[in-house]
Design a protein around this ligand. Structure first.
Ligand code: FES
Ligand code: FE2
Length: 364
């Protein structure tokens, strides 16, 4: 598999889509793990999981085991969850501890990664304890979210988020708390799902309910360096749970962002919904939906979130049906590449350009 063989055309009007084999060839995913997921900020958790000094949680960025900690001085850290002795796990699940202990031979590490104790290790020569701390991983937060990046040379999270923090600064995102998670597994390549999210072109036929709720003519996708933004004005007469009351002012507008490669942020005035798209294999994708709310104890939160969930669940099942049908056909011997609508598919073209940039970097 040589992703360098495809030439991305930055001119949307003349460009062809990435090759069908990029979706179906099993050799593609290891390359994407290394060059795309291994070089970008990945959302792994939320600040509620690190509320107290000593709190930690484990997670994975595709095939890499990671542990994220809150040290006693309040600092947030992330490390590979790999013991420096013989690669045991230094943490399991989540919890609160004064130190992390490897479950294999009992080496202990501080929550700041320093190697603290090495039982029965006397007599070992040329061994510097200070040089055997846990291997750090870059970690940063924005709003309630914690991100890690496996690439020491990647641009900062702040740089990648661009204007998003400023555009959402009127909303109390940092105070929003995790409320609910719902997972869906889809029989398609992860890029099929992302492509589909990035265009409104399919809304009239695939999402009749959503089509009625939004002003399709004004639906636009704007692209930026590493993210894109969708504008979907909501009709005043809609029965959707999305607020469109003009009396609420500009703050009532819903904001939809996609962050390369696999994160979607759907931001409303009093709640947030995120989607994380995780490849499980070349032909299986996990989509994680999480809701964050401002006041989880409010009596009508459950009702509001349930309405939002029901609306998004219908749309998600409509999208799953499409993505699975498309994925089955990307394998067809009749199909190799496609074209983009200039008015409707600039977001998909933008994604494909970023993908080529990351996959082809250093290969030509
Ligand atoms: S592998 Fe961790 S203590 Fe041996
Ligand atoms: Fe859709």
């Amino acid at each position: 598999m040589d992703p360098g063989a495809f030439r991305f055309n930055p001119d949307l009007a003349e460009a062809t889509t990435i090759p069908a084999r990029w979706y179906t060839d099993p050799a593609m995913l290891p390359l994407e793990c290394e060059r795309v997921f291994g070089r970008t900020w990945q959302l792994v958790g939320h600040l509620g999981q690190l509320a107290q000094p000593g709190d930690f949680f484990t997670c994975e960025v595709l095939d890499e085991p990671i542990v994220v900690t809150r040290a006693s001085d309040g600092g947030m850290h992330a490390f590979y969850n790999v013991c420096r002795h013989r690669a045991g796990a230094v943490a399991h699940g989540s919890g609160n501890r004064r130190a992390l202990q490897c479950s294999y031979h009992g080496w202990t590490y501080g929550l700041d990664g320093r190697l603290l104790t090495t039982p029965e290790f006397d007599g070992v020569r040329c061994f510097e304890r200070a040089a055997h701390g846990l291997t750090p991983v870059r970690v940063a937060s924005w709003g309630p979210f914690i991100f890690v990046n496996l690439d020491p040379a990647a641009p900062s999270l702040e740089h990648v988020l661009g204007a998003i923090p400023a555009e959402t600064s009127h909303l109390p995102l940092a105070r929003m708390e995790f409320y609910k998670r719902v997972d869906y597994e889809i029989a398609c390549n992860w890029k099929v799902y992302v492509d589909n999210y990035l265009e409104g072109y399919h809304i009239p036929l695939a999402h009749p309910g959503l089509y009625k709720a939004i002003d399709y003519r004004q639906y636009r996708v704007e692209t930026f360096n590493q993210y894109s933004k969708q504008h979907a004005p909501i009709r005043a007469t809609t029965d959707s749970p999305y607020r469109s009351d003009p009396d609420d002012g500009a703050g009532a507008m819903a904001l939809y962002y996609w962050l390369f490669p696999n994160l979607m942020l759907n931001i409303y005035p009093d709640n947030l919904q995120i989607n994380i798209i995780v490849p499980l294999g070349p032909d299986r994708t996990l989509t994680i939906f999480e809701w964050y709310v401002l006041d989880s104890d409010r009596s009508d939160t459950e009702r509001d979130i349930h309405a939002s969930f029901k609306f998004s669940d219908v749309i998600q099942h409509e999208d799953i049906e499409i993505c699975e049908a498309v994925y089955a056909r990307l394998r067809s011997r009749s199909y190799h590449t496609g074209r983009y609508s200039v008015t409707r598919e600039n977001g998909v073209h933008h994604f494909h350009g970023l993908l080529c940039d990351y996959l082809q970097r250093g290969t030509t």
